[in-house]
Design a protein around this ligand. Structure first.
Ligand SMILES: NC(=O)c1ccc[n+]([C@@H]2O[C@H](COP(=O)([O-])OP(=O)(O)OC[C@H]3O[C@@H](n4cnc5c(N)ncnc54)[C@H](OP(=O)(O)O)[C@@H]3O)[C@@H](O)[C@H]2O)c1
Length: 242
């Protein structure tokens, strides 16, 4: 592990053993949690190295996996898209609230995302998909309906903050969910692992897909930290504005 650039002087003495163990985040907003995204990509931006819509395993190193778990340990709640849930078992600390976004209603209820802590699991869908979840067990997973035909993310974030009491939210992708949250100005920070790999292919997702910003528009980011291990980089950015 070596330090390239770090605005937090306290981090100078950190080693891989304690990196990201004592992160600090600003307070939440009145109408939404403070939100950070964590993703791993190849140098050419791909977030899987296997089949499209498959597991993200193999993108980052074992060090990335360690930091990935550490970044999970700070949040009150985590959010993912249904394609990410369908790709593999998704595991969080048992106390973590976990939410999955779906419009199709196709969510694998046997995934550890649900079975590890059903009482803390939430399925989020628009009204048009709520009939898929008419018979959920009373102990959970629970249903949140937000939006008519698609999930309305600003509305959802207000519910997450003010009804679930979430202060710090982690988004773990995929690129479809990331793009909507960022485009609606609902994300504050991006943690990005850059794996020293080149994958190629136009059909594999990136950290931010969907429709994207209109021509000439983009979100600007301010570098907070760069750390490295062997040839892999761990970037921390503040998403400033667009
Ligand atoms: N390398 C990494 O760090 C990393 C991290 C996470 C994921 N991944 C990979 O990324 C891939 C998945 O990314 P993705 O972009 O295809 O999918 P995604 O963001 O995980 O999920 C997309 C799905 O979420 C639901 N959805 C999204 N927006 C919605 C809205 N506004 N209203 C209702 N439902 C909505 C839909 O589910 P339904 O289809 O059920 O309607 C949609 O198909 C997987 O291969 C995964 O392994 C990689």
């Amino acid at each position: 592990m070596f330090r390239l650039y770090e605005t937090d002087k306290l981090a100078l003495s950190r080693t891989p053993r304690d990196l990201y163990e004592s992160l600090e985040f600003p307070a939440p907003y009145a109408n939404r949690p403070y939100c950070y995204i964590n993703m791993a990509s190849t140098l050419d931006g791909k977030i899987v190295v296997g089949q499209p819509n498959g597991t993200a395993a193999g993108v980052g190193s074992s060090m990335d996996q360690l930091l990935f778990r550490r970044l999970q340990s700070h949040c009150d709640a985590a959010i993912i898209g249904a394609t990410t849930l369908r790709a593999s078992n998704v595991i969080y600390p048992p106390e973590t609230i976990r939410m999955v976004i779906t419009a199709s209603g196709s969510v694998p209820l046997g995934n550890r995302f649900f079975t590890d802590a059903p009482e803390r699991a939430y399925i989020v869908c628009p009204a048009s998909a709520s009939h898929h979840f008419a018979a959920l067990p009373t102990k959970g997973p629970h249903l949140i309906v937000a939006g008519d035909e698609v999930v309305d993310f600003p509305y959802l974030m207000n519910i997450v903050r003010n009804e679930l009491g979430v202060k710090l939210l982690l988004c773990e992708g995929g690129g479809t969910i990331n793009e909507q949250l960022i485009r609606h100005d609902l994300v504050d920070e991006l943690f990005l692992t850059l794996a020293p790999k080149l994958k190629g292919g136009a059909n594999l997702h990136t950290i931010m897909d969907g429709s994207g910003f209109p021509p000439g528009e983009f979100a600007s980011c301010k570098l907070l930290a760069v750390l490295g291990h062997e040839s892999e980089l761990y970037l921390r950015y503040k998403i400033v504005t667009r």
